[in-house]
Design a protein around this ligand. Structure first.
Ligand code: FEO
Ligand code: CA
Ligand code: CA
Length: 697
């Protein structure tokens, strides 16, 4: 989810315990001014002068120089989609976009059909979960061609109560008044992930519902904690005094698949599930005062202050408050702690430490226990795209999605063995975690997070390697890593290139800019391109430049740097997920575009990364209103492209044609079913060329 632009996840509530690095003032920023102006400027668009704000680096010159030495990649060959916002999806002419799986679709022969008016936790546990984010394909064990038959893995990131359940108004605003244990139990089952066997039949993908591999992972699936932090005191709870077993995974955003056919699922905003039950007896009551809004605001402020004081009194009795605060715990975005003590930090203060990891799951064994791989660090993990280095070691790239947080990579100690799957299964338990430091001259360093090295000592709060990993963010702070504009997905390529999506950061002040994050109040994000020296992804240095600063290139103040060949449909803001296809082309999906922000829905764009036409972007797929686009994932033959349409209808208030909060009963779109009484449903969509063939070639 895009937590910055999503108004329903508001951050000024009494529940908001400041995420470190997040400036909690609510001053209007330049980016917000630009965004607001954008929505009003209408016909003036073409009349605005273009005098781009110059950055501290010249990405065009640097990349053009590199491009001369490299062979030009194939271009994107398709007719662009028109940018805009409406109730449905759009794909480039000559392509089919078919819904493969929707929230609630049954995944087993005996699973019930989706019945939105009569949902249950038991039914949800046998159906596709909510809000599909990462999408991957892993090979079946039977030697099938993965481009024809495969195991689809899907993350289910989060739930939105008022869009899922009938009769509710916006629940976060309403203090979760409508959330019963029955509904919370459905939410628990709607999280996690799904494994589904799929096959291509006469050119169209279909679900193999009776496959023995189909599986739901939920917020209650038993998992093992492995690697250096397993068994550490900070991971022990009353339900798990050994600190080695945990129930479920939470807020799994992007991820990756390993060369040995396992699924890496990355836990992102886990902090949101933890809360504190603050007794409300005796707190001031705020009455609606329609004739005196100032008095009402004052009364609300007084109530909030009293609430916070009471909450802080409860939290004040806990150890490791600095650790909790650095990760934004308790986020209190859900009502789960009212029904389950493990989500109540006053009762189980270590439970949050057991989330925020990369989880490795073996889709080929439906009975396998998912493993939380602590060696890869604990953060708000966005993804875990990886590459086999020249020396055989696996290198996993990871963004920590928070304003002013960091870019990481993990290098395994051992080498991947393509001939011995079993030997690879615990490769991710041993290796070195690094955090990136970007120098002003276009060089960079990977700083190792190793106990005993530099500041990572007991005197500084790190007693052993386990504590370095559980407190990854604090360790990276101590090392002086570069504060980024919300690192999302990272795509590494085989010839040493690495693309980092930095989605936005409107809280970066002018005095806080650095070379790799050169725009203050960065509302639209940018993409950093890194090069591993001589293609060595395990190296401790790199070179970098900025591929593109995003946003509307026709508004001078935004300072976007798409190439002049980019059409008015071709530019985008808020890059989130990304993939390099088998043709070597970079594709980017976005989260946060809207009628208000950029005059366009989220979707998929291809961008030229070198050669002629560098930083030319083209629009291939467009989401229905309110949805962000996740995935994307290509089959190796480039003939099928899987994308995840997440949270259709969310943020209805950002679309002038709807202009109110979307709910189950009154959504801004009922995509993809468009049937009365059926709510909008997040869905996995497969794109193919009409009549077959490679996509965009
Ligand atoms: Fe779940 Fe960083 O997006
Ligand atoms: Ca997202
Ligand atoms: Ca994301």
């Amino acid at each position: 989810m895009n937590r910055i632009l999503d108004p329903r996840r508001h951050y000024s509530s009494p529940e908001d315990m400041g995420d470190d690095g997040v400036n909690t003032t609510l001053n209007t920023t330049m980016g917000e001014v630009i965004a607001a102006r954008y929505s009003r400027r209408g016909m003036l668009k073409g009349a605005l002068a273009v005098t781009a704000i110059s950055g501290t680096v010249s990405p065009m010159a640097l990349l053009a120089g590199r491009a001369e030495a490299t062979e030009a990649k194939p271009i994107f060959n398709f007719k662009e989609v028109v940018a805009g916002v409406d109730e449905t999806h759009h794909v480039a002419e000559g392509y089919d976009a078919n819904v493969l799986l929707r929230w609630g679709d049954p995944l087993f022969p005996d699973a019930p059909d989706f019945d939105p008016q009569n949902q249950s936790a038991d039914a949800q546990a046998r159906q596709l979960g909510y809000n599909n984010d990462f999408i991957g394909l892993v090979p079946t064990p039977n030697g099938d061609d993965i481009s024809q038959r495969a195991l689809l893995v899907v993350n289910h990131e989060y739930t939105t109560e008022e869009l899922m359940f009938p009769g509710l108004r916006e629940q976060e605003e309403a203090g979760f008044e409508g959330m019963t244990q029955q509904l919370v139990d459905i939410e628990l089952m709607a999280h996690g992930g799904s494994i589904v066997e799929i096959r291509k039949n006469n050119g169209r993908w279909e679900v193999v519902r009776d496959s023995r591999y189909n599986r739901r992972i939920t917020a209650e699936t038993e998992m093992e904690i492995t690697g250096p932090a397993a068994g550490h005191d900070l991971l022990k709870t009353s339900a798990d005094p050994e600190g080695r077993r945990v129930m479920g995974m939470l807020n799994n955003c992007a991820g990756g698949v390993t060369p040995w056919g396992t699924w890496l699922s990355a836990e992102e905003n886990f902090n949101g599930y933890f809360g504190v039950n603050v007794p409300e007896d005796g707190l001031p009551v705020v009455e609606a005062q329609y004739d005196d809004p100032q008095a009402q605001t004052k009364a609300q402020d007084e109530r909030d202050a009293a609430y916070l004081a009471r909450r802080d009194e409860i939290l004040g009795g806990l150890d490791n408050l600095d650790l909790m605060e650095r990760y934004g715990v308790p986020g209190a975005w859900y009502a789960w702690n009212r029904f389950y003590d493990r989500f109540e930090v006053a009762k189980e203060p270590n439970e949050p430490n057991r989330f925020g990891w990369v989880v490795e799951i073996d889709p080929r064994d439906p009975n396998s226990v998912p493993k939380k791989r602590t060696a890869l660090g604990r953060m708000k993990h966005e993804g875990a795209e990886n590459v086999v280095n020249g020396d055989g070691r696996l290198v996993v790239y990871m963004g920590d999605d928070e304003r002013f947080d960091y870019v990481y990579k993990f290098v395994t100690a051992g080498a991947y063995d393509p001939d011995d799957r079993a030997a690879n299964m615990d490769l991710l338990d041993e290796g070195t975690l690094y955090v990136a430091k970007y120098n002003v001259d276009g060089t960079g360093e990977w700083l190792p997070l190793v106990h005993g090295q530099g500041p990572l000592t007991e005197e500084n709060g790190f007693r052993d390697q386990a504590e370095v990993l559980i407190k990854t963010r604090l360790a990276a702070d101590a090392l002086g890593a570069t504060k980024m504009d919300r690192p999302e997905d990272i795509a590494p390529g085989p010839d040493g290139q690495i693309y980092v999506m930095l989605t936005n950061n409107t809280r970066r002040a002018a005095e806080d800019v650095n070379a790799a994050n050169p725009r203050p109040e960065n509302a639209f994000g940018h993409i950093v391109s890194m090069i591993a020296p001589e293609g060595d992804h395990a190296a401790e240095t790199f070179n970098w430049t900025i591929l593109v600063k995003c946003g509307d290139p026709s508004i001078a103040e935004i300072g976007a740097t798409f190439s002049p060949d980019t059409t008015e449909n071709g530019w985008f803001g808020m890059p989130d997920n990304c993939v390099i296809d088998a043709q070597g082309r970079l594709w980017i999906s976005t989260d946060g575009n809207s009628a208000e922000e950029t005059g366009r829905a989220d979707g998929l764009w291809g961008i030229t990364t070198d050669g002629e036409g560098l930083a030319t972007s083209v629009h291939f797929f467009r989401c229905p209103v309110g949805a962000e686009l996740c995935g994307p994932f290509f089959t190796p033959d480039t003939e099928s492209l899987f994308v995840g349409v997440q949270h259709p209808a969310e943020g209805g208030e950002d679309w002038p044609e709807f202009a109110r909060v979307s709910t189950f009963d009154d959504p801004s779109t009922r995509w993809p079913d468009f049937q009365d009484g059926v709510p909008p449903r997040p869905a996995v969509v497969v794109i193919t060329k009409a009549g077959g063939g490679k996509i965009a070639v």
